[in-house]
Design a protein around this ligand. Structure first.
Ligand code: MG
Length: 169
């Protein structure tokens, strides 16, 4: 239905049923970094995120980071975690997603992110399975992200995205 409505919403990435994603044919997970995996203030992966990556490996899901943040930030984090990445991805534009999903069909790809206007809209434009999670820490966000959040709040309210599951597509 709406390009703003994720297929799933969870409070945290740790609440996502990874096994179910695999059983539903997903093989590649494109995840956002900032405020999805860790807050902006966290330069390297936490133990929980390392465990999340390990679980993906065990299940057979390939984890890749796609971020609009700069090369230095994203490279350091992704290298520490041992996953491929794309920085300055310009989400929700399609170019970055296309680059990362070569060899996969759209229905094999799931995206995870904390922002409706970049992560969810970007994923839905590509025909991917989309998972929205709660922001880890609002306080460390840039003015640009805060600006987007203003519209995001209106959208989340209008579509009751974080409420009951009715109307989700
Ligand atoms: Mg984010």
């Amino acid at each position: 239905m709406s390009i703003f409505i994720p297929h799933e919403y969870h409070k945290s990435i740790h609440d996502i049923d990874l096994l179910k994603l695999y059983e539903n044919g997903k093989r590649l997970i494109l995840t956002d970094l900032d405020n999805t995996l860790v807050s902006y203030a966290e330069p390297i992966p936490t133990e929980e995120i390392r465990a999340f990556k390990k679980k993906c490996d065990e299940i057979g899901l390939t984890l890749v980071i796609i971020s609009n943040n700069n090369e230095k930030r994203v490279k350091r984090f992704a290298d520490e975690l041992g996953v491929p990445y794309l920085a300055k991805a310009l989400k929700p534009l399609k170019r970055g997603y296309r680059k990362l999903t070569l060899g996969y069909s759209n229905d094999e790809v799931a995206i995870i992110g904390d922002q409706v206007l970049t992560d969810i809209v970007g994923g839905k434009r590509m025909g991917f399975y989309t998972i929205l999670v709660d922001v880890i820490d609002y306080k460390t966000e840039s003015w640009k992200t805060r600006f987007n959040r203003f519209f995001e709040r209106l959208i989340i309210k209008k579509y009751n995205i974080k409420g009951d599951k009715h109307g989700r597509t």
